[in-house]
Design a protein around this ligand. Structure first.
Ligand SMILES: Nc1nc2c(ncn2[C@@H]2O[C@H](COP(=O)(O)OP(=O)(O)OP(=O)(O)O)[C@@H](O)[C@H]2O)c(=O)[nH]1
Ligand SMILES: C=C(OP(=O)(O)O)C(=O)O
Length: 218
């Protein structure tokens, strides 16, 4: 099964506020963009991924992620926040391909590895709706809807429990740490660096963290 991913990204100037313990106001927009670039590049390199749609109104992010090969979808005129943006992105994707499989993926997965994403999507293909919990075990990094199923995103605080309560099946395939490691705090960034991040995040992290850069993702 081939998937179209929907990746939400709020305006960079407001992104990653919880990273203030590790990065100043001036650096966070660039880091948020680097996370999104490494996430999108890895997603597009996954053989199970047919395409990536990024839902954003941020002009710079739209240009940069479009240059990587993502389709850029503006926010719905009515706004409505993260879940509205995901539902809107999924409906735009389904308009082009009504019978396609769709999955929402966080934009803050700088360690994402294509082969690990492929394992998650292979597991997701077995169920109508399914999700992958984040590394902290509280949130969600991926929510998948097989052909003919609505995405029904419920991201946000405690989204693992809310996605489970909505009837989505929790996926826990082995060896998919890079798909679960979202980065909200400085501790998350260090965990991602130890998994090995993509090149844009590695370059910026080298400026930020006194311990210096870890090896790039292989
Ligand atoms: N398109 C779109 N994406 C959003 C919106 N709100 C949040 N996101 C994205 O959804 C993901 C999770 O969002 P949050 O946890 O709220 O924000 P964050 O920037 O990751 O981190 P914090 O500022 O620390 O909360 C990130 O990729 C955000 O950029 C929205 O209204 N529209
Ligand atoms: C929105 C979510 O992610 P974050 O950890 O970025 O808040 C979530 O887990 O549902």
């Amino acid at each position: 099964m081939h998937w179209t991913l929907v990746i939400p990204l709020k305006p960079l100037a407001r992104a990653k506020s919880r990273l203030s313990d590790a990065a100043s106001d001036g650096l966070r927009p660039g880091l948020a963009l680097a996370f999104a670039q490494d996430t999108v590049a890895a997603a597009l390199a996954c053989p199970a991924v047919r395409g990536v749609a990024v839902v954003t109104d941020d002009a710079l992010a739209g240009r940069e992620l479009g240059a990587l090969g993502a389709r850029v979808v503006p926010e719905a005129p009515s706004g409505g926040g993260l879940n509205a943006a995901l539902a809107h992105g999924a409906s735009v994707v389904r308009r082009a391909r009504p019978d396609g499989a769709v999955a929402a993926l966080n934009a803050d997965l700088p360690a994402l590895r294509p082969a690990e994403l492929a394992r998650v999507l292979e597991a997701a293909a077995e169920f109508p709706r399914s999700f992958l919990p984040d590394a902290a075990g509280i949130g969600t990094t991926l929510l998948a809807a097989s052909p003919g199923r609505e995405l029904r995103p419920e991201f946000g605080v405690d989204s693992r429990a809310r996605h489970a309560a909505s009837g989505a099946v929790e996926l826990l395939p082995a060896d998919v740490d890079s798909v679960r490691q979202d980065v909200d705090t400085g501790a998350d960034l260090r965990a991602a660096l130890s998994l090995g991040v993509g090149p844009r995040t590695a370059a910026l992290a080298a400026l930020l963290l006194p311990a210096g850069p870890r090896p790039l993702r292989r």
